[in-house]
Ligand binder design. Structure first.
Ligand code: SF4
Length: 163
């Protein structure tokens, strides 16, 4: 199955701070989680993609949070610079990849203002999580691309096996 995967989860240094969120090398993942992740990588066709970098947001870049997750969307940096358009371009670029390559499932990094699928930071830059989706995860799900995060590898595996 074709799976779009957040580049940072694959170990690419594309995060805002110039680092990655590697599952395979990360200390916060158990051996069995890493093993499951490697199985998924080996058994499927992986498309590595970073929405924010695709939209021209550099590495490193100042972190951003979502102030409005519904239209009109608003994404800002802590210095109040409005980066909404870049985040919307990031989401559109990702959807284009999925449509062009007929990708129906994505494994995206949790909590990101682009990739988060269940929780996001609340827009106050106080490290406070709320329920919500990043703009890319939201657009993909609205267009029938199933989104899982790195803590949902078992669910992703079950999805792969039943689709
Ligand atoms: S936009 Fe997504 S893929 Fe890119 S660094 Fe952020 S979480 Fe990772």
């Amino acid at each position: 199955m074709k799976i779009l995967v957040s580049s940072c989860l694959l170990g690419e240094d594309v995060r805002y701070d110039g680092n990655n969120s590697s599952i395979a090398m990360g200390s916060s993942f158990t051996f069995s989680q890493k093993e499951l992740f490697m199985d998924i990588l080996c058994d499927n066709e992986i498309y590595s993609f970073c929405p924010e970098v695709s939209a021209g947001l550099g590495i490193p870049r100042l972190p951003a949070e979502i102030l409005s997750a519904t239209k009109p969307f608003k994404v800002e940096r802590e210095n109040e610079e409005d980066v909404t358009i870049s985040f919307l371009i990031a989401a559109k670029n990702t959807l284009d990849i999925c449509k062009n390559d007929n990708i129906k499932v994505a494994l995206l990094k949790s909590k990101s203002p682009s990739c988060g699928n269940i929780e996001i930071y609340d827009g106050t830059f106080s490290n406070t999580l709320i329920k919500g989706q990043g703009l890319t995860a939201k657009l993909l799900e609205e267009n029938d691309v199933r989104v899982f995060n790195e803590m949902q590898l078992d669910e992703l595996k079950a999805f792969i096996e039943t689709n």
